[in-house]
Every structure is written in structure tokens, then in C-alpha cells.
Design a protein around this ligand. Structure first.
Ligand SMILES: Cc1cc2nc3c(=O)[nH]c(=O)nc-3n(C[C@H](O)[C@H](O)[C@H](O)COP(=O)(O)OP(=O)(O)OC[C@H]3O[C@@H](n4cnc5c(N)ncnc54)[C@H](O)[C@@H]3O)c2cc1C
Length: 447
């Protein structure tokens, strides 16, 4: 089946899932892709991000991995430490990852990841960006349509398309509209957890030899304690030390901002990590007053479906996750890669809505169980890392200690070899091709 007229694809949100979807669909041969983003400009501020091999494999196929890898830092190992004493509980070498999965486990800056995908999109004539454009009032029949409100204050307008992808993150308007249409409600859940996200420069750390050793290392370090942990690694060619924490959300009653971020209190942060070791106090104390960025960590129950007619949800809009497995963006990018296969122009037609719905259903069948399994595993990893005194913690720490003899599973799941096999060893593009074949959808026509 080849489309006679170009299929009009509208993408809501130019975040991780939106940029990757636009690029994957353009590379698949689509000619009419418009990305609506409510931010007036794509500054891509933010913190560090883990760039796992399953993400790297996709970005390499999309032609933007080299640019990201050039600025990223390769992780040689991970050290899990007791926050109170800084004593190493467990150590895992990660250098095997590249040989086994084709890509190393790297860490980088979000700006670098999003910027490379955006640069890739700008090279594609078929992609148009509409910035400062907020999408609302989504309707689904006979074709998807929505209202666009402009940051400039100009008259809002309405758009109809053949395919609508809701890549609009945890607070997705597209999800809300879809659930309303389906007569369902799924509220955003308070996980009871919040995160501080901190970037320290080499200059800020340079006078403290212990801190300097951290920024110079190739180690992802996790300091753990009851109900809290800190994870940290160098990014930006080791010029920045990225620190991300997780702790009870003591401000949960406060109205969340549009992005669930708020300026946190430095004294509150110091209090939360009061019983962590002196080196951590010195590290946190380097954060300038007024620059404590606090994120509320939110998820929601699994949705009954990600697809309605010619509309589908992508990324945090349908599988928001706690960050404890460092897979949220990677999974949004897997969603995009699968859409690039199932929605290939040879498989769908704008004059045949059932071909589009079928392709989106295959996307859901390839992605939903996997993404939701990783959401559950991330929550489980948080529970294990946050154990307080008791037998469960003793068992966990014995498992960490056993790693010295090279035995047994790693309690910090993202560093466990079996979990890595399941996450990094999965080629979602192959899975999508297989699913299309099994469903009798013909392969992409050769041109
Ligand atoms: C503390 C923390 C650490 C993390 N660490 C990692 C990590 O190491 N590795 C990893 O893979 N993931 C990590 N994640 C998860 C990752 O950040 C998210 O899963 C990812 O950003 C989701 O991408 P997305 O495209 O679905 O949503 P987003 O990136 O949130 O993008 C949504 C976009 O849609 C736009 N938008 C929203 N509503 C509208 C609208 N109505 N109209 C138009 N535009 C709209 C927004 O402005 C935004 O640009 C972390 C998350 C947190 C909180």
C-alpha cells in the first residue's frame, strides 16, 4: 500500500519522544510532519542523562549518535556506597557493555541529546516546527484534530491531520482528551518522592581533592540510605558533575508547576542529607543558594490503551516512570523507533484510516508490555535502594558484598547483567519488523 497523498502527521511536543518520532518518521520516508511545541524556543536546559546502549543503537540508526557520543562520558564502572559512611557496598565493571551490546553505557547532557536530535530534524525537509504552539481540545473523529494556541497571543487555529502523536509528556493534554473520549480516568499519582537535580562545575569542585577525584572518574556513583539516594557522574567531557537525588517529597501539598519543578530550599536539602557523610555535605554545600532545583516525581497507572483511531501516545504521556532505572527517555526513543517501522509510508495510506489504526495497534503491541515492565522495575529498584535498617537491607547488602567474588545478581538493577541483557539486548526495530510480518503487513517496498 503506498499513499497517494502524503500522510499528514502532527506531533505534540518536541521533547525526547517527539524529536525522535519526527526523525524516525522522516527517515522512514514521510513527507509531511509538523511538530507543535508549547515552549517558544528549544533552549534544552536541564541536567545530565544516562545514555544506555538501547538508546544509542536507535540514535545511531537515526544518524545523530556520533554528535552525542563526542561530548558524552563513557562509564567504566559503578560504585554503590553507603551514604552515611561512604563505604563501598558494591562495585560493577561496565566495560563489558560495549563488547556485548555494541555501544558503551554513556552519560551526557540532556541539551546534547535533544540538540543532536533537533539538528537531525532540521536537516529533514519534511519536518516543520511550530514553536510557541500549545495543543489542546483534541478530537478524534473522523480524523484527529486539535486547537493550537500561540504564545504570541495571535488568533488560535484548528488543525486536522491523518496521524496524531501525543508526545506531550507527563501532563499530556492528548492523554487527557483520549481518556475522556474512552470514558476512562487515570489520574497522575503522587509517588511520594522528589528529586534534586544539581550541576556542579569543575571550577566549583577544584579546591577539594576528594570531589575533584569524583569529577575525574569514569564512575557512576550511587550513595544510598533509608528512603533516599544520590546518583552522580561526570558529563560534558568531565567539566560538569551531574548529581540527581531521590528523597521523600515533603512539599507534596504545594501546587506543582507545569513541569513539576520548583525552586527548593538549600537548608531543607542539607537537612534531608544530614546523616550522609561529610564529603556529601561539602558537595551539596557547593550549590549556590537559590539554585536548588527540585522535581516532583510523578507517574500514573498503566493505561488500558495507548491508541485511539489514528492517535497514539508516546513516552511519558503513556508510561511515565521513576528515574531509578534511567530508562524514561530511552523508552520514549524506543517508542519512536517502532513508530518509524509500523507507520512506514508503504504500510499505510491517508485514504485508509484502518491501515493507520492497525499500524498504531502493532506499535502498542510491541511497546506497551515492555515499557510498563520497566516502569515497575524502576519502582522496585527504588524500594530496594531505599531500604532502612532490617533484614531486607542486610540481605541486600550481602548481595552487594558477594559481587566482590563476582557472584550473584546486582541489587541496583540498572547495573545487573540479566537486567541489562533484557534492556540493552532488545532491538525494538527488529521486534517491530517481526510484528508487522506476523500481522501480515507487508514489508517496506523497495524504491
Ligand atoms: C530526575 C530524573 C532523572 C532522569 N534520568 C533519566 C536518565 O538518566 N535516562 C533516561 O533515559 N531518562 C531519564 N529520565 C526520564 C526522562 O527525562 C523522561 O522520561 C523523558 O524526558 C520523557 O520524554 P517525553 O518526550 O515523553 O516527554 P518530555 O521530554 O517531557 O517532552 C514533552 C514535551 O511536550 C511539550 N508539551 C507538553 N504539553 C504540550 C502541549 N499541550 N502542546 C505542545 N507541547 C506540549 C513540552 O514542552 C515538552 O517539550 C529522568 C527523569 C527525571 C525526572
Amino acid at each position: 500500500m503506498t499513499s497517494e497523498t502524503p500522510v499528514r502527521i502532527a506531533i505534540v511536543g518536541a521533547g525526547m519522544g517527539g524529536l525522535a518520532s519526527a526523525l524516525a518518521l522522516a527517515k522512514a520516508g514521510h513527507k509531511d510532519i509538523t511538530v507543535y511545541e508549547n515552549a517558544p524556543g528549544l533552549g534544552f536546559v536541564g541536567a545530565g542523562i544516562q545514555l544506555a546502549p538501547n538508546m544509542a543503537r536507535i540514535l545511531d540508526r537515526l544518524g545523530c549518535w556520533k554528535q552525542i557520543a563526542a561530548e558524552a562520558v563513557q562509564c567504566a564502572n559503578t560504585s554503590i556506597r553507603d551514604g552515611a559512611t561512604n563505604k563501598e557496598l558494591g562495585y560493577v565493571a561496565l566495560d563489558y557493555v560495549k563488547e556485548t551490546y555494541g555501544y558503551p553505557h554513556m552519560v551526557g547532557h540532556r541539551a546534547s541529546l535533544a540538540g543532536a536530535m533537533y539538528d537531525g530534524c532540521l536537516k529533514e525537509k519534511s519536518i516543520t516546527f511550530k514553536l510557541g504552539s500549545t495543543v489542546s481540545d483534541v478530537t478524534f473523529s473522523p480524523k484527529p484534530a486539535f486547537k493550537v494556541t500561540l504564545a504570541t497571543g495571535d488568533e488560535p487555529y484548528r488543525v486536522e491531520c491523518d496521524i496524531l502523536l501525543g508526545c506531550d509528556g507527563i501532563k499530556s493534554n492528548t492523554r487527557v482528551a483520549m481518556l475522556k473520549e474512552l470514558g476512562e480516568t487515570v489520574g497522575v499519582e503522587n509517588t511520594g518522592q522528589a528529586a534534586y537535580r544539581i550541576l556542579l562545575t569543575r571550577d566549583q569542585m577544584k579546591d577539594d581533592p576528594e570531589l575533584l577525584a569524583l569529577i575525574d572518574s569514569d564512575t557512576v556513583t550511587r550513595w544510598i540510605g533509608a528512603k533516599r539516594h544520590i546518583i552522580a557522574y561526570s558529563i560534558d567531557s568531565k567539566n560538569i558533575y551531574n548529581i540527581s537525588t531521590a528523597q521523600p517529597d515533603n512539599n507534596f501539598a504545594m501546587a506543582p508547576s507545569a513541569t513539576y519543578t520548583t525552586t527548593g530550599s538549600k537548608s531543607e536539602m542539607m537537612k534531608v542529607y544530614d546523616d550522609f557523610c561529610p564529603m556529601i555535605h561539602r558537595m551539596l554545600n557547593l550549590v549556590p543558594e537559590g539554585e536548588v532545583c527540585e522535581w516532583k516525581l510523578r507517574v500514573h497507572e498503566p493505561l488500558s490503551t495507548w491508541v485511539h483511531g489514528a492517535t497514539a501516545l508516546v513516552g511519558d504521556a503513556c508510561h511515565p516512570t521513576l528515574p531509578h532505572l534511567a530508562q524514561g527517555a530511552a523508552q520514549a526513543i524506543e517508542d519512536a523507533a517502532v513508530l518509524g517501522v509500523t507507520l512506514a509510508p508503504s504500510r499505510i495510506s491517508s485514504s485508509d484510516p484502518s491501515s493507520i489504526n492497525n499500524a498504531l495497534k502493532i506499535y502498542e503491541s510491541v511497546r506497551k508490555d515492555r515499557a510498563e515492565a520497566l516502569v515497575n522495575l524502576a519502582a522496585e529498584n527504588g524500594r530496594s535502594m531505599h531500604l532502612g535498617a532490617g533484614s531486607a537491607k542486610e540481605e541486600r547488602d550481602k548481595m552487594f558484598a558477594a559481587l566482590k567474588t563476582g557472584k550473584g545478581p546486582v541489587p541496583d538493577k540498572w547495573a545487573d547483567a540479566d537486567v541489562q541483557r533484557m534492556i540493552y539486548g532488545h532491538d525494538c526495530v527488529e521486534e517491530a519488523e517481526k510484528a508487522c510480518k506476523e500481522q501480515g503487513i507487508r514489508a517496506k517496498l523497495s524504491t
